[in-house]
Design a binder for this molecule. Structure first.
Ligand code: FBP
Ligand code: MN
Length: 650
């Protein structure tokens, strides 16, 4: 039978590259054997987190404990050999090795300390072996600290009880102590365990806003070996600012002022706010509606900061509302005329008419608004906004963070049969895809998301264009009625500042959020994204899960994992959020207790972990062959086979 040419599978360039990598027939055969064997390894663990909202310490803790995966591994391999107290101790050591060593050194000395080092080295090696057993040696090596890779491999792949190796292994351990290598070895091994227990991280949106350390989260993500991000509405604000949207920039600044977080902008990203501060001091005064929201544990850093923030908060909010009006007028296709609020105010009566209903306004601060032309910025406001945008776009650190966010991120992701999306798929009340018309074209369902994705990339590629359609669309994604990231009819920011009547604050959710409890509805979505409706799941963030509620919906088709990390929302959720694990046995939803502090965990000797609930258990343990990586490997094997056959034909 005639063999297909290699060119029917791959282009000539790729064929040349493969030939260079595997120049001999034996090399090709070895690679085929290697890849085929990998297909039979168990599926690696995926970890899903969402709505981190700047809470670095809580997020860092969830990464370190792998949402309970480390503890599960310890139980699986050491139950019966360690007492519950020693299991707890070992877990805390793996999470926070440096701090736990310091803690132990306060109590243990001399020979007792040396014995502790030896005990934990042996336990950690058992754990490392268990974590590494799912992977090839070459992958394990990449997860080891290069300083200790050789010696770790000696321990991992030799049996110390082997008569011939016994003295060899004990000499290694003796030297580890005498050469003061026990501590760095323990620390390195703990991080290798963390890295091997979870293979890939999905961040289902909203890294930014409300909490005060999003920059540290971004650094952590950049350093993480394997990660993807599905943008949340808050991330879009930051991407939007870098892409040139003044309105996105003002909105995120307003949120920073509201949560006493302007230090992120000033200190973490080096953006100068002096002109804005001076302007706010000059034109705005005290106003109870604009006092910053402090979360428990937060405090002001100088006397008068509260008053200063209250003024800045108003100055930004008013500029934001003016630019919203301008954008709405520039973009009739957004169909947001009803949100052009500054034009709907009766400035004499101090009332606002929305959807035919008139409300009295309180705590107003409209002194910089010209009632005849309310959306017009004053020259000074204009100047402030332009120079702020320049500083945003010129912040090297912010650019590095947002470039990473853009390149590792997307509006949605199909991964191993599941659909990951932060917010929703906008639908009509009867569950049909919501049709949205932009530039004369109608988009709905997956096409709407694909269109928005293209526009985000286009806007980011042209940061100098500040009021083109693509850049304006980034703001629409923040609060437009048919934005897949927002999923509500309107955002009532203005009403919450100035109208007392709570009914005016209501934000009606898209029908999606009720319909997603229905299995058939979820299956339709999976089909829309070319995923298997029977085995696939949809994973959402965005809507906090309250205590007593379940994030598992539609007979497990829908999994909602809003991290709920945000301290500002703990009083409503009562929990520290949910995360998800997907290992070779199936999916597990993890509910976390609110994170307190590293110190408390170490002092109280309790990791304060979280309830793990099995979502589904697969009938047959999943292998690499069942994953997207497996499919890619299978394709590589086919290509190599063709190469081999061509060689035979020569
Ligand atoms: O509680 P805050 O900070 O005022 O924010 C409320 C606003 O945030 C939103 O909930 C959007 O943010 P989330 O994506 O975090 O839910 C809006 O719907 C709402 O208007
Ligand atoms: Mn969100």
């Amino acid at each position: 039978m005639e063999q297909p040419s290699i060119n029917s599978h791959i282009d000539a360039f790729s064929a040349r590259l493969i030939r260079q990598k595997f120049p001999t027939k034996q090399a090709v055969i070895t690679e085929i054997m290697n890849l085929k064997a990998i297909l039979h390894l168990p599926k690696a663990t995926e970890h899903f987190v969402s709505d981190l909202h700047g809470e670095f310490d809580a997020f860092d803790y969830v990464l370190r404990n792998g949402s309970g995966s480390i503890k599960q591994k310890i139980h699986a391999h050491m139950d019966g050999f360690l007492t519950p107290r020693h299991i707890e101790d070992l877990a805390i050591l793996v999470y926070y090795p440096e701090d736990e060593i310091d803690h132990q050194k306060k109590h243990l000395h001399g020979d007792v300390l040396d014995q502790w080092y030896l005990d934990v080295v042996s336990r950690l090696l058992t754990l490392l072996q268990a974590a590494a057993s799912k992977y090839t040696r070459s992958k394990v090596r990449k997860a080891l600290d290069p300083n200790f890779a050789y010696i770790t491999e000696e321990f991992l792949y030799n049996d110390a009880r082997d008569f011939n190796k016994h003295e060899y292994s004990s000499q290694l351990l003796t030297d580890m102590l005498s050469l003061h290598q026990a501590e760095p070895f323990i620390i390195a091994t703990c991080y290798s365990i963390q890295r091997l227990v979870v293979d890939h991280l999905h961040v289902v949106g909203d890294v930014y806003d409300r909490g005060d350390q999003p920059d540290k989260i971004m650094e952590r993500l950049i350093a993480y070996p394997s990660v993807d991000i599905q943008w949340g509405n808050h991330d879009i604000l930051w991407l939007g600012a870098m892409a040139g949207s003044k309105l996105c920039m003002l909105t995120l600044l307003r949120i920073c002022a509201r949560y006493n977080n302007l230090n992120i902008v000033e200190d973490a990203y080096g953006i100068n706010l002096r002109h804005l501060v001076a302007f706010a001091e000059q034109h705005y005064g005290e106003n109870p509606s604009f006092c910053p929201k402090l979360v428990p544990g937060d405090s002001y850093s100088f006397t008068g900061e509260k008053e200063q923030l209250t003024r800045i908060h108003q100055a930004i909010a008013i500029m934001q509302f003016k630019l919203e009006g301008q954008t709405i007028e520039r973009r009739p296709e957004f169909k947001m005329d009803a949100r052009n609020l500054l034009r709907q105010i009766d400035y004499k009566q101090q009332t606002l008419t929305i959807d035919g209903k008139t409300y009295p306004l309180e705590n107003t601060c409209f002194q910089m608004i010209d009632p005849k032309n309310p959306n017009k910025l004053t020259p000074e406001e204009n100047e402030i906004i332009n120079s702020l945008l320049l500083s945003f776009q010129n912040s090297t650190k912010l650019k590095r963070h947002l470039d990473f966010m853009l390149h590792k991120g997307s509006l949605y992701k199909c991964y191993n049969g599941n659909l990951l999306v932060h917010g929703c798929l906008p639908v009509t009340a009867d569950g049909k895809w919501q049709k949205v018309v932009f530039n004369g074209h109608t988009y709905a369902g997956k096409q709407l998301l694909d269109f928005c994705q293209e526009q985000i990339e286009a806007a980011y590629a042209h940061p100098d264009q500040t009021d083109d359609f693509a850049t304006d669309l980034l703001w629409y994604l923040w609060e437009g009625e048919h934005s897949p990231l927002f999923g509500k009819k309107k955002m009532t920011t203005f009403e919450r500042y100035f109208i007392k009547d709570k009914k005016a604050h209501h934000e009606e959710k898209n029908a999606y959020f009720d319909l997603r409890k229905d299995e058939k509805f979820c299956q339709n979505i999976l089909v829309e994204f070319d995923l298997d409706p029977h085995s696939g799941h949809i994973i959402n963030g965005h809507t906090p899960i309250k205590k007593g509620q379940s994030g598992i919906m539609a007979h497990t088709k829908m999994l909602v994992i809003d991290g709920g990390y945000s301290k500002a929302y703990h009083h409503t959720t009562g929990i520290g959020g949910c995360t998800l694990l997907y290992n070779s046995y199936g999916l597990q939803l993890v509910t976390h207790h609110p994170f307190t502090s590293k110190q408390e965990i170490i002092e109280k000797r309790h990791d304060n972990l979280s309830k793990i609930k099995t979502v589904n258990q697969v009938e047959r343990r999943k292998k690499v062959a069942d994953t997207d990586t497996g499919k890619a490997l299978q394709h590589r094997i086919e290509v190599l086979r063709v190469l081999l056959n061509e060689d035979d034909a020569i």
